[in-house]
Design a protein around this ligand. Structure first.
Ligand SMILES: [Zn+2]
Length: 115
């Protein structure tokens, strides 16, 4: 089964990827990117980068990378279609109540740049 590419593109573009990742990883804003400890390998210094403009993630430690759908598949073990559906709900495409979506915990500390 194949999904139209524009549907996938829409979902990947419109989902709040940083918000999504922050449900799993504590991210800190650095410039226009977000950094955190990679959820795919053990590390003590953040090498996991999320690009909020392109909705892509990349880990400089283990080489993991991809977009929102890949992230969900890797994190939750969902299939491609499950991840796509889940993300569509998070992005409110189309408007359906979030019945099965897991609540995303808020950040422990509000992001703030040093002044
Ligand atoms: Zn990694």
């Amino acid at each position: 089964m194949k999904y139209p590419t524009h549907v996938i593109d829409d979902v990947c573009r419109q989902v709040d990827f940083v918000d999504l990742v922050r449900g799993f990883v504590d991210l800190k804003p650095v410039g226009s990117s977000w950094w955190g400890l990679c959820p795919f390998h053990a590390e003590k210094t953040p090498s996991f980068k999320v690009d909020s403009t392109k909705n892509l993630y990349h880990c400089f430690g283990c080489g993991a990378g991809g977009g929102p759908i890949t992230f969900m598949m890797e994190m939750t073990g969902q299939s491609f279609l499950e991840a796509l559906k889940d993300l569509a709900e998070r992005a409110n495409l189309p408007s359906r109540p979030r019945s099965t979506a897991k609540p995303i915990p808020g950040p422990k500390n509000p992001p703030s740049m040093r002044s």
